[in-house]
Design a protein around this ligand. Structure first.
Ligand code: ZN
Length: 265
């Protein structure tokens, strides 16, 4: 099965449509790692399309904030994100609100794919924590058993590889001792990487963000996962950013949120 992995769409419907057009005919299923809304101008359209397409989805922190669930205070967001959350609340329709309410807030194991876990933020804190350093990744590998976990939330494509170096410690009476390390591997674009999984090697993979990339590349980011060949291919697709920006201007969303799309940060 070839799966299109999308995350952090953030109500950027133009970017989502461009990704789907570029990926057309290349996937059998779609998995969405959350943050369908927040920041962007078309939350209702994005909710509906994700609901039609995505075989699996999990809730993101912005989705959660828009729903106003307990456990998050919108005042903890930065002022621009807060303004976007409040605007999104004001325009989101009741049916789309219900759709988001049904997004799981715990990590999900895709049906028929037992070696994988999906979560928005991290295995340890599924909605909140940023996996953006090898140290945080290393701590999180202790929070799941599957060989591979897919995360979003940072808006930066990433590959973290956990390895267990087994050593024979004679000092401790011949007990086998393992030391785990995590590397942050380069994430090449348009290149299918073979995902080598052993009892000594596991992975956390991040496809980047469809609707608000933050790695200084403004193109929409997504990935293909082939669950039979065990490959991961990161992709980037240019989209008409100015169209999303004019929709944002019409919605009176904060100027800096509009500008940042041009730069990918
Ligand atoms: Zn996000």
């Amino acid at each position: 099965m070839r799966v299109l992995i999308i995350s952090d769409i953030h109500a950027n419907f133009i970017a989502l449509e461009s990704v789907l057009a570029a990926a057309q005919g290349k996937y059998d299923a779609v998995w969405c790692l959350g943050d369908v809304v927040g920041y962007g101008p078309m939350p209702n359209e994005c909710c509906q399309l994700v609901d039609e397409l995505a075989d699996h989805r999990v809730i993101g922190n912005h989705d959660w904030a828009v729903l106003g669930r307990p456990g998050i205070d919108v005042d903890d967001f930065n002022p621009m994100a807060r303004e976007a959350v409040l605007w999104t609340r004001s325009v989101l329709t009741a049916p789309n609100r219900s759709l988001l309410e049904n997004f799981p807030d715990v990590p999900v194991q895709p049906f028929g794919v037992p070696n994988l876990l999906l979560t928005h933020a991290s295995p340890r804190q599924p909605v909140w924590e940023y996996v953006h350093t090898p140290t945080i990744a290393l701590e999180n590998f202790a929070w799941f058993d599957e060989p591979i976990c897919l995360v979003g939330h940072t808006h930066k494509p990433a590959i973290y590889r956990w390895r267990l170096e087994r050593t024979w410690d004679q000092v401790e009476n011949g007990v086998e001792v393992g030391a785990a390390t995590v590397d942050h591997l380069p994430a090449p674009v348009e290149e299918a990487l073979y995902l080598e999984i052993t009892t000594n090697q596991r992975l956390i993979l991040n496809p980047g963000s469809v609707g608000q990339p933050r790695d200084n590349d403004p193109r929409a980011a997504y990935a293909f996962l082939d669950t039979e060949l065990m490959t991961w291919e990161l992709c980037r697709t240019p989209y008409p950013i100015d169209l999303t920006q004019s929709q944002m201007r019409a919605a009176h969303l904060p100027r800096r949120l509009i500008d940042r799309l041009s730069y990918g940060w």
